[in-house]
Design a protein around this ligand. Structure first.
Ligand code: HEM
Length: 400
């Protein structure tokens, strides 16, 4: 009966997972992976994905004590916690990422996008993922935290390598001690880097996120240095490769469909709507992991306490039971409230307003300032990482 064989770590599957998702939704709505080291079940339908994400009591974000929490170890933070601890941590950063707070960054992001484009348009040929989207998002998030924007290459390297690890452990068939050690080394380096700033918070720019977290009002529930470092690391990791993938994914999806690219160039105000459609059509976070807290049965599949459940947002967003013409990319579709690209429930993405703003400005500036964008690889290779649908590279040639 199990002839489905969906393996997200197979490069051929990962390059084009959409037919697998369609079959998963129709024939294997809950699918137990065979031969994986961890006991993992993938879930494909919109209705199930949404329900699981909302039910944190049955589907926990924390890992069993004997497992390395999502590979983050000492840097694990609110994303790997359940309420009430999750609520406490989230309350500290909620305000900093609100729509109102984030609007204040718009002018700075616009300046940054133009500064980066000045150089790239001069060059003519560049990597739209690393050189444009990656640079824009890394420098933005460093600025928000109050860290030196000039460190962006280092941060980018850490986040790219870190992102490749997310959700991977659910699908591997053999232990990968060397890869695990290399990821651990990144997180150790990153922790040391962040510690330096946490211990000298007075030197950080006024109003920056990290400084305000460190200098919480006396008497308030203060975060420990370990919690501060982990929150800063989470913000860097969660806000970087995801937003890069959104912007780069928009460019790729548009340029693969010349009529859509023409529509955006004719009306750059459509950028916000194009960002929403990219989020639905090609969500940067295609899958999220959870852990069952009790035995249950889903679509006939028996799930034991502590089994891993991987919900596929990328599949939910193409579910024809919910979206009309789900496989069509149409930048005029605009916001799809049913899309699950930023998650659901208590862990819904904190950086959502910032990601949308960066995506909109990054796309609009690029299309306003170019007459044509040519994809130098029509189907660029993707990083083999079930947690982020990211690019190895996205080489383009532009005509200013
Ligand atoms: C297009 C870009 C982005 C996408 C697609 C995205 C997606 C997501 C998703 C799906 C979750 C839910 C995780 C879960 O339920 O386990 C999440 C959580 C989170 N995101 Fe984002 N994200 C993006 C950008 C950002 C940015 C720019 C930041 C910060 C600056 C950020 C910070 C966070 C944080 C802190 C969490 C954890 C929230 C919690 O556990 O309560 N994200 N994100």
């Amino acid at each position: 009966m199990n002839d489905f064989g969906f393996d997200p770590l197979d490069p051929v599957v990962w390059q084009n997972p959409w037919p697998y998702f369609a079959r998963g939704r129709d024939e294997f709505p809950a699918y137990r992976h065979q031969d994986t080291l961890a006991r993992s079940v993938s879930v494909f339908r919109h209705e199930d994905v949404s329900a699981i994400l909302k039910d944190w009591e049955t589907f926990s974000s924390s890992s069993p004590a004997d497992m390395n929490e999502g590979g983050l170890g000492e840097l694990a933070s609110l994303m790997a916690e359940d309420p009430p601890e999750h609520t406490r941590l989230r309350d500290h950063v909620r305000g900093a990422f609100s729509l109102a707070a984030v609007k204040g960054y718009a002018a700075a992001i616009e300046r940054l996008a133009d500064e980066i484009l000045d150089e790239l348009l001069e060059r003519g040929t560049f990597d739209a993922a690393a050189d444009y989207a990656g640079q824009l998002t890394a420098r933005t998030i460093l600025t928000v935290l109050g860290l030196p924007a000039s460190d962006w290459r280092r941060i980018r390297e850490w986040t790219v390598r870190g992102a490749a690890n997310v959700t991977r452990s659910h699908f591997v068939r053999e232990a990968e001690p060397e890869a695990d050690r290399s990821v651990e080394a990144i997180f150790t380096e990153m922790a040391a880097y962040l510690d330096g700033f946490v211990h000298q918070a007075d030197a950080l720019p006024d109003g920056s996120l990290l400084r305000s977290l460190v200098q919480a009002a006396p008497g308030a529930d203060r975060l420990s240095p370990r919690e501060l470092r982990a929150l800063a690391a989470l913000t860097l990791l969660a806000g970087n490769e995801t937003t890069t993938t959104l912007l780069a994914g928009a460019v790729l999806t548009l340029e693969q469909r010349p009529n859509q690219a023409r529509a955006l160039r004719a009306e750059p105000e459509l950028a916000a709507s194009a960002v929403e459609e990219t989020l639905r059509f090609r969500p940067p976070v295609p899958a999220l992991p959870r852990r069952a807290t009790r035995n249950l049965t889903l679509h006939g599949v028996e799930i034991a306490k502590d089994d891993n459940i991987v919900v596929w947002l990328a599949s939910a967003n193409r579910d024809q039971r919910v979206f009309s013409e789900a496989d069509q990319f149409d930048i005029r579709r605009g916001l799809s409230p049913q899309a699950i690209s930023f998650g659901r429930g208590v862990h819904t993405c904190l950086g959502m307003p910032l990601a949308r703003l960066e995506g909109r400005i990054g796309l609009e500036r690029l299309y306003r300032r170019t007459r044509a964008i040519e994809l130098l690889e029509p189907s660029p290779p993707l990083v083999l990482a079930p947690g982020v649908y990211a690019f190895e590279r996205l080489p383009v040639r532009v005509t200013p």
